[in-house]
Design a protein around this ligand. Sequence first.
Ligand code: PRP
Length: 178
Amino acid sequence: MRDQALEVLISEDEIRERVAALAERISSDYAQANDLLLVGVLRGAFIFLADLARLLTVPHKIDFISLSSYERGDRPTGAVRLLLDLRSEIEGRDILIVEDIVDTGHTLEYLKQSLSARRPASLKTCALTQKPARHEVPVEIDYLGFEIPDVWVVGYGLDFEDRFRTLPHIAVIDPTSG
Ligand code: PRP
């Protein structure tokens, strides 16, 4: 399947505008914070995080965590496994989780539980996209880019079998074709 054949769901311009608006809100909300740590969830969030972070006007640091969901067949079981932990201590710090997509919500739920157990000063979430129709647990996102329908999306960090992550826009892909 070739990149050009994919239908654009969210254009590059729309993403740029929305990311700038999120960065403005986050910068305003954290204006008084003195130890903000952005936690990017690998791998999908790396492009969103890079763009968002460069638009923030407040001091911040960056770390990464990597998680994977257990699947049975091609269906998620809801169980989440930690693949790569943070390098930073987070106790007493302001933590903002940065995700590319919230699908079933299990990854975010696991992350919130496991990071809050480390006693940060605050813990909030920022996600570029979410699919409300797919949520299996209650999901609260403090800073959300876009709600999207229950379709498979790629681009701007999102992948299908590890491809298409570097498309500048978000596109719909039919995983059953070609
Ligand atoms: C995606 C995404 C989230 C998670 C969300 O990661 O980046 O971390 O799935 O799914 P959930 O809400 O159903 O838990 P994925 O496992 O595809 O890995 P990747 O980021 O490396 O592509």
